[in-house]
Write a protein that binds this ligand. Sequence first.
Ligand code: NAD
Length: 298
Amino acid sequence: MTKIAFIGLGNMGGPMAANLVKAGHAVTGFDLSEASRNAAAKTGVSVAGSIAHAVREAECVITMLPAGAHVLYVWDELLGFVDPGTLLIDSSTIDVDSARKAHALAEKADCRSLDAPVSGGTGGAAAGTLTFMVGGADDAFARGKPLLDAMGKKIVHCGDVGAGQAAKICNNMILGISMAGVCEAFVLAERLGLSHQALFDVASTSSGQCWSLTTYCPVPGPVPTSPANNDYRPGFAASLMLKDLKLSQQAASTSGASTPMGAQAAQLYSMFEKLGHGGEDFSALIHLLRGNDEAKPG
Ligand code: NAD
């Protein structure tokens, strides 16, 4: 049993904290939102009234927050209240530079730290089947892994500080580009009189095969469980796709990498969000590419 403080009990953090409780850990949580605090209390999380109270006796602190600025703010505050040697794990999706700054804050306070973003969405968080991409030193990873095992089914140690966030944004840049490509292919097929099913049957067993096609197929029919069959309800919201693409472009700019396809995908999703579709599944981008009224402002 480990004493864990969990800060950020939202859509992802709430169910992740609940799985740590189920695994027998003593979890004390804090969130700014009363609704999130109340929901967490119902799953057995002991809710604290402040970050200071939540982390006071913790052997490990996990954060699951919206963006880099939130993580740096919260880590800066909580490091004033934890014992040296405490393990800090951030599972939010944030920019690589902020992740490295967070590690530096922890090191200055003689704490150990991991960046450990996830994929698998809210379904994976609830089911305890997330994939964790982890950056940090070997000893910190060895300490964190049993806790991550309680929330996920695949834990990959990607390298040193920031490597988890780097893996996450590289993967999601592939995803954004591949979904745009799959959407374009279906739009072209429509113009050429080729049926959705025929394109799917060929591409899903040929070199065009990819997750965006075979799991999140952007037209209704070929993959009955894809969001296209559920009125494009997410799934993975277009606004979250845009957030990750922006992180990839920020990292490309600071590292000097050339990512023209990532830049193009970021522009497409930015346009789609500005037209009011950020809350739809990211596969709904096909409406924008068709140039039809469904993707124009209402
Ligand atoms: P969310 O908005 O539901 O939860 C974030 C929580 O952080 C909120 O409840 C908010 O009140 C809390 N918070 C913000 N500032 C705080 C502070 N200073 N102190 C305490 N609590 C604070 O977001 P989410 O969907 O749970 O996502 C969290 C992170 O996980 C994001 O970085 C997101 O990109 C990433 N992520 C989300 C998904 C998904 O499908 N939702 C999938 C993978 C990764």
